[in-house]
Design a protein around this ligand. Structure first.
Ligand code: HEM
Length: 388
C-alpha cells in the first residue's frame, strides 16, 4: 500500500478508536462497573442503617465482631472509587447529553427526565458522602437523612435506567468491536483518548484513590494512606476520637468521686454502683474494633465488666437496655442494646483500653464496647443503664 494511503488508513483507525470513547460499549462497561459499586454502597449503607435504627423485625447480629468494620469500610471504599467511575461515565455519554434535538419522542423524553434524579442524586451522594468523611458540612440538613433519601432516589432511577438500557447494553457487549484498537505507542500526545486508555485511566484512578484512603480501615495499607481523613493509630492511647470529653462537656467525670453508674428498672427501682464497686466486679478482656460510620476503624484490647454480669450484680436477668451517657452536647448521647447484644460475652462496660485506664476522650471512667456496632453506638461516659 502507498505510504499516503497507509497514513489515511491509520488516521481513520485512530479516529474510530477515539470515537469508541463515547460509544455504547464504553458507556455499558462503565455503567456496569458503576452499577456494581453503587450496589455494594446500597447494601452496606442499608446494613449501617439497620444497625442504627433497627425495625421491630430485625435484631442486630452480635457477631462476627468485625462485621460492621468490614461493611462500612467497604461502603466508603466503593463510594470513593465510584467518583472517577461516575465522572468517566458522564464523559463517555456527554455527546448524547448535549445532542440536538434534545428529545426524540415521548419515551425518549421520559428517559431523559429520569436522568435528572439519576445524575443529580448520584453526584449528591458522592459529593456529600466525601464531604462528610472529611468533616466538612457546608449544608444544613442532617447528613444520614439526606444521604438515605438520595440513595433511594438514585436506586429507583437506576433500576428504570438499567431496565430501559439492558437490551442495548447486551447488544453492545456481544458485538465485536469496530476494529482492533491501536497500540498505545502509536498514539501521539495529542491523538486523544481511546476506549482502552479511558478504562485504564479510570481503573488506575479508582485503584490509586483506594490505595491512598483505604488505610483508614485496612491495617496493611496504613503506610500509604496519604489522603485518608483519619489515621486509625493517631489519638489518645493510639485510637482516634470523634467527640472529645471537652466537646461533650464531660471533662473530669473520670476523677469525680460522686460518679455512680445506675442500673434502673422499668418499675423505677435503681441500683447505683461506685467506681470502686465496678472495679471489684469480675473483669473480662476482649479485642474489639471501634468502627466509625465514617469508614475508619481501629482495634484495641478492652478490659471491663460484662454488661450481663453488671445486670446480675444489680439483681436483674438478661434484658434489653438503653445505655445513657453523661454527655451534654451533641447527638448519640444514648444507645440501645437488644437482649441478645446485652447478653453477649464480649459486650463490656470498659474501664481500660490497651492496659491503661480509659482516657477522658475515650469515655472515662466507663464506656460501652460491644461486637459489630457502629462507633456512634459505643456510648462513652456511661452513667445509666435502663432496663427496657
Ligand atoms: C463517596 C461516596 C460515599 C461516601 C463517602 C459515603 C459515606 C457514608 C457514610 C459516612 C454513611 C454513614 C452515615 C451515618 O450513619 O452517619 C453512609 C450511609 C449510607 N450510605 Fe453512603 N456514602 C457514599 C456513597 C453512597 C452511595 C453511592 C449509596 C447508594 C447507592 C450510599 C448509600 C448509603 C445508605 C443507604 C446509607 C445509610 C444512611 C442511614 O443510615 O440512614 N452511599 N454513607
Amino acid at each position: 500500500m502507498a505510504p499516503a494511503l497507509l497514513d489515511r488508513v491509520e488516521d481513520a483507525r485512530l479516529a474510530a478508536a477515539r470515537r469508541q470513547v463515547h460509544d455504547t460499549r464504553t458507556a455499558s462497561i462503565l455503567g456496569l462497573a458503576l452499577g456494581a459499586s453503587f450496589s455494594v454502597c446500597l447494601l452496606t449503607g442499608l446494613y449501617s442503617h439497620l444497625l442504627q435504627q433497627p425495625p421491630s423485625w430485625f435484631t442486630p447480629p452480635t457477631g462476627p465482631a468485625g462485621l460492621y468494620r468490614f461493611t462500612q469500610g467497604l461502603h466508603v471504599i466503593c463510594g470513593l472509587a465510584s467518583i472517577p467511575l461516575l465522572l468517566a461515565k458522564l464523559f463517555a455519554v456527554s455527546p448524547q447529553l448535549w445532542r440536538r434535538p434534545p428529545v426524540r419522542g415521548a419515551v425518549d423524553a421520559m428517559e431523559r427526565i429520569g436522568l435528572l434524579p439519576l445524575v443529580g442524586g448520584s453526584l449528591f451522594l458522592l459529593v456529600t458522602g466525601a464531604a462528610n468523611i472529611a468533616h466538612w458540612y457546608p449544608w444544613r440538613f442532617f447528613f444520614p437523612v439526606g444521604h438515605w433519601w438520595a440513595a433511594w432516589l438514585v436506586v429507583g432511577a437506576m433500576l428504570i435506567h438499567v431496565a430501559l438500557k439492558m437490551p442495548t447494553v447486551r447488544e453492545s457487549l456481544r458485538r465485536p468491536t469496530a476494529g482492533p484498537e491501536p497500540e498505545p505507542t502509536s498514539v501521539g500526545a495529542d491523538d486523544g483518548l481511546t476506549r482502552r486508555g479511558l478504562i485504564l485511566t479510570v481503573a488506575g484512578t479508582a485503584g490509586l484513590l483506594t490505595l491512598v484512603t483505604a488505610g483508614q480501615t485496612v491495617p496493611f495499607l496504613r503506610r500509604v494512606t496519604a489522603l485518608a481523613p483519619r489515621r486509625p493509630d493517631i489519638g489518645p492511647q493510639g485510637l482516634p476520637v470523634n467527640r472529645s470529653a471537652s466537646a461533650a462537656g464531660t471533662t473530669g467525670l473520670g476523677e469525680d468521686p460522686s460518679y455512680r453508674l445506675v442500673v434502673a428498672g422499668p418499675d423505677g427501682s435503681e441500683r447505683a454502683f461506685t467506681l470502686g464497686e465496678l472495679r471489684a466486679l469480675p473483669r473480662h478482656g476482649a479485642e474489639l474494633p471501634i468502627a466509625c460510620v465514617e469508614g475508619w476503624s481501629a482495634s484495641a484490647a478492652w478490659t471491663g465488666v460484662r454488661v450481663a454480669d453488671l445486670l446480675s450484680a444489680a439483681g436483674r436477668g438478661p434484658s434489653a437496655l438503653t445505655v445513657r451517657s453523661a454527655q451534654r452536647a451533641g447527638l448519640y448521647g444514648s444507645s440501645e442494646l437488644s437482649a441478645d447484644a446485652a447478653a453477649a460475652p464480649d459486650c463490656l462496660l470498659a474501664l481500660e483500653v490497651n492496659g491503661e485506664p480509659l482516657d477522658a476522650d475515650h469515655g472515662a471512667p466507663v464506656r460501652l464496647i460491644a461486637p459489630n456496632r457502629p462507633g456512634v453506638l459505643q456510648t462513652k461516659w456511661v452513667t445509666r443503664l435502663e432496663v427496657t
